[in-house]
Design a protein. Structure first.
Lengths: 631, 304
C-alpha cells in the first residue's frame, strides 16, 4: 500500500510541473470573456479617464534628468516647449513661442512668447521662465544631463521683457527652431535646492495635462489642464499603468482594464485582429534598427579602447557582413511584415532626409557575392569552414543583444545563420539593457544590435556618428553609436548644422548617409512600424502624427493625448487646419474566430490539468497520512 | 594458507555475490510496474535523443533555413506545428531533449560526486573534519539554490558548462547529508572494526568497504536528482540564463521563446505544451525509476 503513496506523489509533482507551464494559458484565456465587469469597476469614478497600458518604465519625471522614451513623452504633455512639431508634416510649429526670428548672421534668435498661457497654478507663463530654465542649464552641469546637446554652442540667454526671449549662439545652429527642452516654472524650480531631485506632485505645468501622482513601476497619473491655451482636453485624466509583461497589458486591453496600449509585438497585433471592440493602428515609426560592427573603437582623442575583434577594421569584411544580411527576410519573419525594408540611416518616415542607395552603390543580399568578396580579400576558409583572419585566427565574432527584446531575440538567430554561410562564426551574447549600453559605449563588442528613434530634425542621430561623440577614457562623456571617425563625415556634419537652406541641407545629409553606407560600421535592418491598439467602444479615436497614418503614443508632440476623444463626443480633432480625418486604419475581421476558439480549448485543457493536479495532490496527501501513521 | 584447487578466488567470489545481488535486485525492481514503465520511457527518450542526428536533419534548427510560416498549427508536414521563425516544434523538442538530458545527467553526477566525497569524508574522519564539512554543507543547504545558481550563471560565461556547474554546485548538500548518515551506520558495523584491526588504512576502509556499501543509496539518489536537475536547467533557461545558441535549444529555452513570442496570446498551444509536457514526462520517468529502486534497497518500503 505504501508504494502507492510515492507513486501518487510523483504524479503530483509531475502534474504540478506541467500545470505551472499551462496555468498562464488558462488564466489569459479565462480573462478575455469578462470585459465589461472589470471595465465598469475602474471607469465611472470621476469623469472620463484614459488608461494607457505601458510596458516601458519611467526613469524619472524630472525634466532636466529624464531621458527614457516613457519619461520624456509623459513630460511632453506636462510642459510646453518653445516650439513643437506639427501634426501633419512634423515640421516645427509655434508652441510657447508664437513666432521667432533670427538675425542676419544667424547668431541671435528672438522668440516672442505667447501672452495667454498660464501655469496650472494660475500664474502667467513669461519669457523669464524660459530664460531661467535655459540659464540654469548653461550654469549647472546637472541640469544639462538630459538635453545638454542643444545648448553646447550657446553664448547667452536673456529675457528682454516678459514676452521676448533672446538667445545668442557661438556658431550658427540649424536646430534653433526645434529645441526639445521642457520649460519649467521659475517660481517653483528656483526654490529647489537639488535640481536633480524627484519633483513634487502635483507638478506645476503648462501643457495639456499635469502630473498628479507617480508610483515607480506602477503608474503615473495626469489631470487635464483646464486652462490649456489650445483649449481643455476632452478627457479629465490620463493614467499610465505599467505592466512588466507586455502580454499582461494585452490581456488588460482585452478585458477593458486599459484603453490604449503601445507597443504591440506583431504576434500580439495579429492576435487582436478581429476583436470587435478593439481598433488597431499600424503606423510608420521613426525608429531604425541596426547592427553595429566595431571598426576599432577609440576614445575622442583617438586612443583605442574596448576589445573589438581587430579584423573588423577591414572595411571589406564589414561590407561582406552587411551584404550577408537580408532585410527582406527580417521584415517578413521578425516583424511579420509590419516594417519597411532597410535603405538609409534616416527612417523613410522623414521623407525629405531619407536616402536610399542607387546604382553601383547598392549592396543586395547575396551570400555568394559576399563569399566571393571575402575570398578575394584574402580570408581563407579553415578546415571547419570558418574563415581565418589575416593573422590566421578563425573569425569568431560576438553578437551583443538586448535580452528579452523582441527584435534582438528574433533577429540574432538569423544573423548567426547568415554569417555562418559566409564562414563567420557568431556567438550570441544576450545581456541586460544597461550592460549592453555600457559595453557598446566602452567598445567592448564585435557586433551589437542597436537602434535609435530619429527626430524630424536629423541632427541628433547624425551627431551620433561623429568623432566628437566618441567617449572619453572612462567610457563616459558622450554617446557613441558605431565608433565611426571619418574626417569627411565630420566636415559634412558641421556643414549641415550651419546650413539654413533646407534643400542644400538635405543634400548634405544624404551625402552623409551614403558615406555611412559605404563605411558599413552599421548595417540598417529595417524600420519597424509602431503597433498600437485602443478600445473603440470607449474612445472615438486619437489624433495621429502624421495625420491619419501616424502613431498615437510616443509622438513628437502631444497631439494624440491632447485630442483623445471619448466615445460619442464628436469627431477626432485635427490640429493642422486641414479637413478632419478619422484616425485609425481598417482592420480585417479574419483570424479572430480561430484564435478565440483555441483560447477556449486551451482554457479547458489548462483547467482540466489544474483539477487533476489538485485531486492528485489531495489523494497523495491523504495516502501519506495513513502511511505515516503505519510507520 | 593455500587456496583449495576448485575454490574460486575471493575476487571471483565477490563478483559472483554482486551478480547475484544484482539479479535479486532486478527481480525486485521488475515486480514494480511503475518502475518498469519509467525505465521504458527513459530508454525510449534517451534513444530518440541519441539518434536525433540520424533520424532528423540538424539544419532544420537554423532559422534561415526554416520552411514553415510563423506559428503554423499542427499539420502533416509539421506534426507539432512551428515556432515563430517557422521551425518544426517537433524537431526542436527532439533536439532539446539532448541538451536537457545531458545537463540533467552531468549536473547530477557532479552534485552527487561532490556530495558523496564530502559525506564519506565527514563521516569517516569525524570530529573536526566532520564539523567543518557539515557546517559548509549547512551553509549551502540554507542558501536558496535557485538564487545561487542564477548568480553563478550571471557571473560566468553563458553556455551549457556554466549551467551544469551552477546546478551541480548548488544541489550537492542533501546528497552529502544522506551519504554521511549512511556512512555512519556502515562504519558502526563489526566488519569495519575487523578490517581496521587487521591493519586496513583509511583508504582501504573507504574504498573497499564504505564506498561499495553506500553506492546503491547514491545510485538511487542520483536517479531521483536527475529530474530536479532537468527542472533546474529548464528554470534557468526560461529565465534567459541558458545557452543562447539557437542551434542548441533546450526545453527551458523553448518555453522561454514561446513566452517571449506571446504564444499564449496567439493561442499557439503547440509551441508551449510540447516542451512542458516533455519536461513532465522525463521527470515522472526518473521519479518512477528512483522510487522503484528505493524500494529495492529499502525492504520497509515494499508493498505487502
Amino acid at each position: 500500500m505504501i508504494i502507492v503513496r510515492s507513486r501518487l506523489l510523483a504524479l503530483g509533482v509531475t502534474l504540478m510541473a506541467s500545470a505551472l507551464v499551462t496555468a498562464p494559458v488558462a488564466v489569459s484565456a479565462s480573462a478575455s470573456p469578462a470585459p465589461a465587469r472589470a471595465a465598469e469597476a475602474t471607469s465611472g469614478q470621476d469623469g472620463k479617464v484614459l488608461r494607457i497600458g505601458v510596458s516601458r518604465e519611467v526613469d524619472t519625471l524630472n525634466p532636466f534628468m529624464s531621458i527614457t522614451l516613457m519619461g520624456t513623452s509623459i513630460l511632453r504633455s506636462q510642459f510646453e516647449f518653445l516650439t513643437t512639431y506639427s501634426q501633419g508634416s512634423m515640421t516645427p510649429e509655434g508652441a510657447l513661442a508664437e513666432k521667432w526670428e533670427t538675425s542676419e548672421d544667424k547668431l541671435t534668435w528672438t522668440y516672442h512668447i505667447r501672452k495667454d498661457v498660464k501655469w496650472s497654478d494660475g500664474k502667467p507663463v513669461t519669457a523669464k521662465d524660459a530664460a531661467w530654465t535655459f540659464q540654469k542649464m548653461l550654469d549647472d552641469e546637472t541640469a544639462r544631463t538630459a538635453n545638454g546637446s542643444y545648448i553646447t554652442q550657446w553664448e547667452s540667454v536673456t529675457a528682454t521683457d516678459d514676452w521676448t526671449l533672446k538667445i545668442k549662439t557661438k556658431v550658427p545652429q540649424a536646430t534653433m527652431d526645434a529645441l526639445d527642452i521642457p520649460i519649467v516654472p521659475e517660481h517653483v524650480w528656483s526654490k529647489m535646492s537639488d535640481i536633480s531631485a524627484a519633483p513634487e506632485f502635483p507638478m506645476v505645468g503648462n501643457g495639456p495635462y499635469y502630473i498628479t501622482e507617480f508610483k515607480e513601476a506602477q503608474f503615473t497619473k495626469m489631470k487635464a489642464n483646464k486652462n490649456y491655451w489650445r483649449g481643455a482636453p476632452k478627457v479629465d485624466e490620463i493614467h499610465f499603468v505599467y505592466y512588466s509583461n507586455s502580454d499582461a497589458a494585452v490581456s488588460a486591453l482585452q478585458s477593458g482594464e486599459v484603453d490604449l496600449i503601445n507597443p504591440l509585438t506583431p504576434t500580439q497585433y495579429d492576435a487582436l485582429q478581429g476583436e470587435p471592440d478593439i481598433q488597431l493602428n499600424n503606423a510608420q515609426n521613426r525608429r531604425f534598427n541596426e547592427l553595429l560592427i566595431n571598426p576599432g573603437a577609440a576614445t575622442n582623442d583617438g586612443t583605442p579602447i574596448g576589445n573589438g575583434n581587430p579584423a573588423l577594421k577591414d572595411v571589406k569584411l564589414r561590407q561582406a557582413i552587411a551584404q550577408a544580411i537580408d532585410t527582406k527576410t527580417l521584415v517578413d519573419k521578425v516583424w511579420s511584415g509590419y516594417a519597411t525594408e532597410a535603405a538609409g540611416y534616416i527612417p523613410p518616415m522623414f521623407k525629405d532626409f531619407a536616402w536610399e542607395p542607387t546604382g553601383d552603390q547598392v549592396r543586395k543580399f547575396d551570400l555568394d557575392a559576399a563569399n566571393k568578396a571575402l575570398d578575394e580579400a584574402g580570408y581563407k576558409k579553415g578546415q571547419d569552414g570558418v574563415r581565418l583572419d589575416k593573422q590566421g585566427k578563425p573569425l569568431n565574432l560576438r553578437l551583443l543583444t538586448h535580452a528579452e527584446r523582441d527584435i534582438d531575440e528574433n533577429a540574432s538567430p538569423f544573423i548567426k545563420g547568415w554569417l555562418k554561410e559566409i564562414g563567420i562564426e557568431v556567438t550570441i551574447e544576450p545581456k541586460s539593457d544597461n550592460q549592453v549600453n555600457e559595453e557598446t559605449t566602452r567598445g567592448e563588442y564585435d557586433l551589437a544590435i542597436s537602434g535609435w528613434s530619429a527626430n524630424p530634425d536629423p541632427d541628433y542621430v547624425l551627431s551620433l556618428q561623429t568623432c566628437a561623440n566618441r567617449p572619453n577614457a572612462d567610457g563616459t562623456g558622450a554617446t557613441p553609436d558605431s565608433f565611426l571617425c571619418n574626417e569627411e563625415y565630420d566636415e559634412l556634419y558641421a556643414k549641415q548644422l550651419s546650413e539654413f537652406d533646407r534643400s542644400k541641407r538635405i543634400d548634405i545629409v544624404k551625402q552623409m548617409q551614403a558615406l555611412l553606407y559605404d563605411e558599413a560600421t552599421l548595417v540598417i535592418f529595417g524600420y519597424d512600424n509602431a503597433l498600437e491598439a485602443f478600445r473603440k467602444d470607449k474612445f472615438e479615436g486619437f489624433p495621429q502624427q502624421p495625420t491619419g497614418s501616424g502613431v498615437i503614443m510616443f509622438q513628437q508632440s502631444y497631439w494624440g493625448l491632447l485630442g483623445a476623444t471619448p466615445k460619442g463626443e464628436g469627431p477626432v480633432p485635427v490640429y493642422d487646419g486641414s479637413q478632419g480625418t478619422e484616425s485609425g486604419e481598417d482592420t480585417t475581421d479574419a483570424a479572430a474566430e480561430e484564435s478565440s476558439n483555441t483560447g477556449l480549448i486551451l482554457g479547458i485543457v489548462g483547467g482540466v490539468l489544474v483539477v487533476v493536479l489538485v485531486v492528485g495532490l489531495l489523494v497523495a496527501r491523504g495516502r501519506r497520512k495513513t502511511a505515516d501513521d503505519r510507520e | 594458507m593455500t587456496v583449495p584447487k576448485n575454490q574460486p578466488s575471493p575476487r571471483a567470489l565477490a563478483w559472483r555475490r554482486r551478480g547475484a545481488a544484482f539479479t535479486a535486485g532486478w527481480r525486485e525492481f521488475a515486480k514494480q510496474r511503475a518502475g518498469l514503465v519509467g525505465l521504458g520511457l527513459l530508454a525510449v527518450i534517451v534513444l530518440l535523443a541519441i539518434l536525433a542526428p540520424v533520424i532528423t536533419d540538424r539544419e532544420g534548427l537554423d532559422v534561415t533555413k526554416a520552411t514553415g510560416d510563423r506559428m503554423e498549427s499542427p499539420s502533416w508536414e509539421f506534426l507539432l506545428g512551428t515556432d515563430r521563425p517557422g521551425r518544426s516544434v517537433l524537431l526542436l523538442t527532439l533536439w532539446s531533449a539532448r541538451i536537457s538530458l545531458t545537463v540533467g545527467f552531468v549536473a547530477t553526477l557532479l552534485s552527487v560526486a561532490i556530495g558523496t566525497i564530502i559525506g564519506i569524508l565527514a563521516a569517516h574522519y569525524g570530529r573536526w573534519v566532520s564539523a567543518g564539512l557539515m557546517r559548509i554543507t549547512d551553509f549551502f543547504l540554507v542558501l536558496p539554490s535557485l538564487v545561487l545558481a542564477i548568480a553563478l550563471s550571471t557571473v560566468l560565461e553563458r553556455g551549457i558548462g556554466t549551467i551544469i556547474l551552477a546546478i551541480g554546485l548548488t544541489s550537492w548538500p542533501s546528497a552529502a547529508r544522506l551519504v554521511r548518515a549512511q556512512t555512519l551506520t556502515i562504519e558502526a558495523r563489526p566488519y569495519i572494526e575487523r578490517a581496521r584491526a587487521l591493519g586496513g588504512g583509511h583508504f582501504h576502509v573507504i574504498s573497499k568497504h564504505v564506498l561499495p556499501a553506500v553506492l546503491p543509496l547514491v545510485f538511487v539518489n542520483t536517479t531521483l536528482a536527475v529530474g530536479s536537475a532537468i527542472v533546474a536547467e529548464s528554470t534557468l533557461s526560461f529565465l534567459g540564463l541558458g545557452d543562447p545558441d539557437p542551434m542548441r535549444p533546450s526545453w527551458g529555452s523553448m518555453l522561454r521563446s514561446a513566452w517571449l513570442d506571446s504564444a499564449i496570446i496567439a493561442g499557439a498551444w503547440w509551441y508551449l505544451l510540447p516542451p512542458g509536457i516533455a519536461i513532465g514526462i522525463v521527470v515522472l520517468a526518473f521519479t518512477m525509476c528512483g522510487r522503484a529502486l528505493e524500494s529495492v534497497l529499502n525492504p520497509r518500503l515494499r508493498e505487502g
